[in-house]
Design a protein around this ligand. Structure first.
Ligand SMILES: NC(=O)c1ccc[n+]([C@@H]2O[C@H](COP(=O)([O-])OP(=O)(O)OC[C@H]3O[C@@H](n4cnc5c(N)ncnc54)[C@H](OP(=O)(O)O)[C@@H]3O)[C@@H](O)[C@H]2O)c1
Length: 253
């Protein structure tokens, strides 16, 4: 794929994995728009990366998703790569979560409603361009092996994984491919500012970036998540789950 001709939208690109991928697409000559809720964070990102375009937008809100799609139709009509990356993670145990439903719903809307709705809004545009298209849905190791400390997050990622397989089936007869990016723990702000758990961000982005646009590749893992891609794994999901539970003990009913 000629990345110099690529027009890329990355949701949640003001830091972390989204920004890491944005910098690599820019370096390859692509035209890139990133989104995020916080305008100051977007401004800082744009100052760091020359040519980076930004748009303030909250993907958890249905009306704002419509507004984003309209903005892209008007300002990046040649969109051919959409990366559904924006994410938050609520670290809670099911037994002690006392947050309001409104707060809990935002996690589901960010991680699941966001990508499903935005794809629905933008797939017609991608297909109308008659170029090689790619939709990249960012899931997680937690999509395959539930992380007990992030129960709803893991459930949303599992649903996104399932939806991604169906979307791939739905687009199979078009020139738009569907790729699932499955990060393991990566050192970003997702688990809180200053979190040092996981793979270094640049190491992760350097390895996965070239795989994302390679023909024939549908799932991209890194380190531990490579073993979750079924064709590469001989282990039972239940066994991996049992071994992972003691890593982050949580209160139980
Ligand atoms: N880091 C890991 O260990 C890890 C592991 C597996 C999967 N992932 C997945 O990788 C993706 C990126 O996460 P990250 O680790 O890079 O996290 P991050 O460093 O916290 O970055 C998250 C990005 O999403 C944006 N965002 C959050 N809520 C948003 C919303 N409602 N609308 C628009 N933008 C929103 C944030 O900007 P604002 O705050 O300004 O909105 C930020 O730019 C997520 O889908 C995450 O679940 C990460």
């Amino acid at each position: 794929m000629d990345l110099k001709q690529a027009n890329v939208l990355i949701t949640g690109g003001s830091e972390g994995i989204g920004l890491g991928l944005a910098s690599r697409f820019l370096a390859a000559g692509s035209n890139v728009i990133i989104t995020g809720r916080n305008a100051e964070k977007l401004e800082k990102a744009a100052q760091k990366l020359s040519g980076l375009r930004t748009y303030t937008n909250d993907i958890s809100n249905a009306e704002q998703r419509e507004v984003l799609a309209k903005y892209i139709r008007g300002n990046m009509p040649e969109l051919n790569i959409l990366i559904n990356n924006a994410g938050i993670q609520r670290r809670v145990s099911l037994a002690s979560d006392k947050a309001s439903w409104q707060e809990r719903q935002v996690e589901i809307d960010t991680l699941l409603s966001g990508p499903v709705h935005l794809n629905d809004l933008l797939i017609p545009l991608i297909l109308s361009n008659n170029k090689q298209g790619i939709i990249i849905n960012v899931t997680s190791g937690g999509a395959y092996i539930p992380q007990v400390f992030a129960p709803v997050y893991s459930a949303c990622k599992a649903a996104l994984h399932s939806y991604t397989m169906t979307l791939r089936h739905a687009l199979a007869n078009t020139n738009c491919r569907v790729v699932e990016l499955i990060p393991p723990a990566v050192q970003t702000s997702l688990a809180g500012q200053g979190s040092t758990h996981g793979a270094p961000l640049d190491e992760f982005c350097d390895e996965v970036f070239p795989m994302l646009t390679k023909n024939g590749i549908t799932e991209v893992g890194f380190g531990a998540t490579k073993a979750l891609i079924p064709e590469l794994s001989g282990q039972k999901v239940e066994d991996i789950f049992k071994n992972s539970v003691p890593r982050f003990p949580v209160e139980t009913y």
